[in-house]
Write a protein that binds this ligand. Structure first.
Ligand SMILES: Cc1ncc(C[n+]2csc(CCOP(=O)(O)OP(=O)(O)O)c2C)c(N)n1
Ligand SMILES: [Mg+2]
Length: 337
């Protein structure tokens, strides 16, 4: 059966105060980029954005144990917080939002929020849900075959776990005891479809039993609990003990995308209630109660991050657009010349 993880104390996690503050700053960066990107969309500058707000705890918590430059990140479209931990900058994010020529992912060719970076080890995913899961298993197979010390992690929503790709990916990873961690960000909805119409089980993590791998349910709004369960899964993967499935219970505060109207399928009362479990506010309270920071210092961080996001928007907006004559590059075969 899947295990419940509730531990939150940072002392036993080996996290220094600087780590905790950096985690908090990264969560805030994701939130402020998110809110700003939606404003840019409403201003007509950004064609399409995918909100992250509400998922910052599980994304930063599960991304943090990964080793930059060594491990491989296989995220999905909501994983702004994951790619920030992997090393993407706010300016790079907005270069993608605005489809600019210097967008590191694709020079403005890929769908927004389909980040990738060869340098950072972030693998681009396809838009069809869950296709990144067998990709992650395949990459992990290559890592094991080559005897490389790298862990692969793949993130996805609970709706993604209804797809055949998801089951095939977990099965092959389990059979070969591959160094991969599967992280489900369960926000209760797949666009408008609630979990109860998506599966007949209460916990995605219980599906791990069907593949013979460990499964864990964790409070996805508790960044330290997410960190702990991922750190252990990462260590098991490195030790040759195979894959793990982690289910982070969370909630998305904003519509599915900038094209969605969530008022048609969930009440405002429900959304307001869930905001009382905001992972950023919860972590801020934890840091204050632990004597690590105070409200004034956190306000300074908020002001700094807001300024950083605003200058990233200005720099990205002023960057050159792609040259239209290059629109078909990487689509059709070209002469070497
Ligand atoms: C195979 C496939 N079916 C349907 C879609 C349309 N679609 C895009 S996102 C999404 C919801 C996925 O929900 P979930 O996996 O729970 O992730 P969340 O968006 O809630 O974070 C759907 C159905 C798609 N992209 N691919
Ligand atoms: Mg979902």
């Amino acid at each position: 059966m899947s295990a419940q993880v509730t531990e939150t104390a940072h002392g036993s996690l080996g996290l220094a105060v600087d780590d905790l503050l950096a985690m908090h700053r990264t969560m805030l960066t994701a939130r402020l980029i998110d809110e700003a990107a939606l404003r840019q969309n409403r201003m007509g500058r950004a064609p399409f954005v995918v909100p992250v707000s509400g998922h910052e705890g599980c994304q930063i918590g599960t991304a943090w144990p990964m080793r930059k430059g060594t491990d491989i990140w296989v995220p999905y479209y909501r994983d702004l917080g994951v790619v920030l931990v992997a090393g993407m900058t706010p300016e790079q994010i907005f270069l993608g939002v605005f489809s600019k020529a210097t967008d590191p992912t694709s020079g403005g060719r890929q769908m927004p929020s389909h980040w990738s970076s060869k340098e950072l080890g972030i693998v681009s995913h396809s838009s069809p849900i869950s296709t990144q899961v067998p990709h992650a298993a395949g990459i992990a197979y290559a890592m094991k075959y080559r005897n490389e010390d790298a862990v692969v992690a793949s993130w996805f929503g609970e709706g993604a776990t209804s797809e055949g790709d998801w089951h095939e990916g977990l099965n092959i990873a389990a059979i070969h005891r591959l160094p991969v961690v599967f992280v489900c960000e369960n926000n209760e909805y797949a666009i408008s479809v609630p979990q109860s119409k998506q599966m007949a089980v209460a916990d995605v993590a219980s599906r791990a039993d069907g593949y013979g791998i460990p499964g864990f349910v964790v409070d996805g709004n508790d960044v330290l609990a997410c960190y702990r369960v991922m750190k252990d899964a990462h260590e098991r993967a490195r030790a040759g003990e195979g894959p793990s499935l982690i289910e982070c219970k969370t909630y998305r505060f904003l519509p599915h995308t900038s094209d969605d109207d969530d008022k048609t399928y969930r009440s405002r009362e429900e959304v307001e209630e869930r905001k009382h479990h905001d992972p950023i506010e919860r972590f801020a309270t934890y840091l204050i109660d632990a004597g690590i920071t105070d409200r004034a210092a956190l306000q300074t961080v908020q002001d700094e991050v807001r300024a950083q996001v605003e200058s990233a928007i200005t720099a990205a907006w002023d960057a050159p657009d792609p040259d239209p004559s290059t629109a078909t590059r990487h689509v059709f075969a070209e002469d070497d010349a």
